[in-house]
Design a protein around this ligand. Sequence first.
Ligand SMILES: [Zn+2]
Length: 411
Amino acid sequence: MNGSGSWHAEEAWLGRRAEYVLIDVENGRITRVTEGAKAPGAATKLRGWTIPGLANVHSHAFQHALRGATESGGGDFWEWREQMYRVAEGWTAASYLEHCRAVFREMLQAGITAVGEFHYLHALGNELGEAVALAATQEGIRLTLIDACYLQGGVDGRSLEGAQRSFSDGDVDAWVARMDDFTVGQDVRVGAAIHSVRAVDAPSMRKVAAWARARKAPLHIHLAEQPAEVDECIAVNGCTPTQLLEREGILGPDLTAVHTIHVNEQDIALLGEHKVSIGACTTSERDLGDRVGPLDRLAAAGSPICVGSDSNAVIDMLEEARGLELDQRRASGRRVHHQPGDLFRAATISGMRALGWEAGELKVGMLADFITIDPPEITTKKHLDLGYLMFSRSARNVNNVVVGGETVVST
Ligand SMILES: [Zn+2]
């Protein structure tokens, strides 16, 4: 990811539409952006709309194995979770490497240049996490390996059952020791996660957050995806999951709260005030029968919105981003909760920040991650327009992907 070279884009998004844009890259970073460069010389030509690489803030690569397998039989989120546990076990470092390589290749082909892998498969210590990192390095995708602390079976501290036991380190100090022992390549960032308020007790949460903050590493959590989590937290702690995080000092601009569906007005105000990023996972939440969160109100309160493919039932960040808007339309009976530019930022710079990467904009100094999308096939030439991009293009329209100044997909 330390490539050098020059690319010449027919049209590119530089915060506005620009034509004939020459992008010069040295050692993986953008060193010059020149508009109106009519004579590109030896630069690689990019035909279509060039935009920053897409960020996938929340993935569980292993759950890709459920695609097509849980679409019949009925049930709710908790019944789906039992099926999910069955594919969480039995991996070896070799089989997981091969699996993750295929998932990451699909992500690159969809224009995703950075992924946050929320990792809790700890049956082999760090072996499977290191397989994830190696898979990313081999495929050429930027990875934030977000290793999750997972210690208990519910907010009341009940014991782990079945596959959950393999997710646990036993206690938070063992989690810290394992985290300090990770061996990953230089293009991989290690981040930390509190799996959820269900799976981590309050003192352990504080230690996970302290570990992340001492290293300026991204911190993530699954938050309020299902009403049962909120009800249990209120019963045990007398407050909502968000309020518990506030009480324990976990909320902050370095935190990404994934899902954040069942939140009340006070929760929304707290998350916004602390600038907590919200990771919406539209296609996965649809698949699981999750409700629709108040993403417009969270954004208005001050929380950046970003997007993730989560269970990887679908891998398409443009669909994730427009889906968060379209699902709110159906839930509310009202249109246009977010502008196309807001959806674009969710899929690019806001996601990159949540993963700890200086990427997501085509400007000097940023990591040289950019993708090119086929313009629509209509008789008159359609210029790059964020409304058209976000509401009509999909992963299938990506024709070229550059990560760190190296071409990884070219069709
Ligand atoms: Zn998740």
